[in-house]
Design a protein around this ligand. Structure first.
Ligand SMILES: C[S@@+](CC[C@H](N)C(=O)[O-])C[C@H]1O[C@@H](n2cnc3c(N)ncnc32)[C@H](O)[C@@H]1O
Length: 278
């Protein structure tokens, strides 16, 4: 009888889902991975293509046998490729700084440089460091030397072994979304589409109104399935894509320390809704 009760309790306990992340990145979507997974599972597709992969926080947390990570930003491609092909030497460098606070800040302040036998690892490591130590994930702008900087870096380094294992199984691409969609489009492909926000120049590559129009035309004729998301208050996506399939409200921890804001994310999908709500 006791066993039966504890089974019920375990069965109905909602365990928090811990998301894997390896860097700070503006517009990172760990908070909506469960929504994306639900739509993907419902789609019946076997290939998950993260068209605007960014920090990889969706590709790293989605469950699929076949995952394609893509981003037009060359630095992200260099970093993900090093995590896939040169992991031991990359990890040695990253972990050395995670184990020694002084070394971390010496590197941060430019008093030391990383001397690695492979130049591609050296470059990938500096990209990783800049994404983690830069303001809000903007890879080129260093942030304030606040207390959380070193702790966040250590946390993200501790996720690297698992991340590298997952990235090892992914296909990595570095293409414009138009070329990528054409390459992978099939009835078995699911595209996750998280483009840059209109009017925000957060990335090396941003989006123009023309890019939006073209994305709109692409998804209209796609053979595969897709889920696409935008900030709900943005007017341009509504003008181009119409009324969203559903809107999700989520907590946004990117505000001031101790202050949690919420934001609404609008989802568009061509996957048939299951009975009930998304
Ligand atoms: C909103 S972010 C994606 C964030 C990502 N979902 C995450 O969780 O980290 C948009 C990404 O699109 C990339 N990008 C911009 N223009 C692109 C294009 N034409 N084709 C492919 N990727 C592009 C940017 O480099 C940026 O990383």
């Amino acid at each position: 009888m006791r066993y039966f009760i504890s089974y019920i309790i375990i069965k109905h306990t909602v365990l928090p889902v811990i998301m894997l992340r390896i860097m700070k990145y503006p517009g990172s979507k760990t908070s909506v991975v469960e929504d994306i997974q639900r739509i993907y599972d419902q789609s019946g597709c076997n290939v998950f293509v993260d068209v605007f992969g960014g920090s990889g926080s969706v590709a790293l947390n989605i469950h699929s046998r076949n995952i394609v990570y893509n981003d037009l930003n060359r630095d992200l491609y260099i970093l993900f490729t090093a995590l896939k092909t040169h992991f031991p030497s990359f990890y040695r460098a990253a972990n050395a700084l995670a184990m020694d606070r002084q070394l971390f800040f010496d590197y941060y302040d430019g008093r030391i440089v990383m001397d690695n036998e492979a130049p591609e690892v050296e470059k990938a490591f500096s990209i990783f460091f800049n994404f983690n130590a830069g303001f809000g994930g903007m890879g080129e702008t260093y942030g304030k030397k606040d207390k959380s900087l070193y702790g966040t870096y250590r946390k993200n380094v501790s996720n690297l072994i698992k991340a590298s294992h997952l990235i090892g199984k992914m296909k990595l691409e570095n293409m414009d979304f138009r070329v990528l969609i054409e390459k992978y489009d099939s009835t078995d492909t699911f595209f996750y589409i998280d483009p840059p926000y209109p009017g925000k120049n957060w990335y090396v590559h941003n989006f123009t109104a023309d890019d939006f129009m073209e994305l709109g035309r692409e998804v209209m004729v796609i053979k595969g399935k897709y889920a696409m998301n935008f900030n709900a208050p943005d007017a341009l996506p509504v003008r181009v894509f119409g009324k969203p399939s559903f809107v999700r409200e989520e907590e946004n921890h990117n505000g001031k320390p101790g202050k949690t804001e919420s934001r609404k994310i609008a989802f568009y999908t061509n996957v048939m809704k299951p009975s009930g709500k998304w």
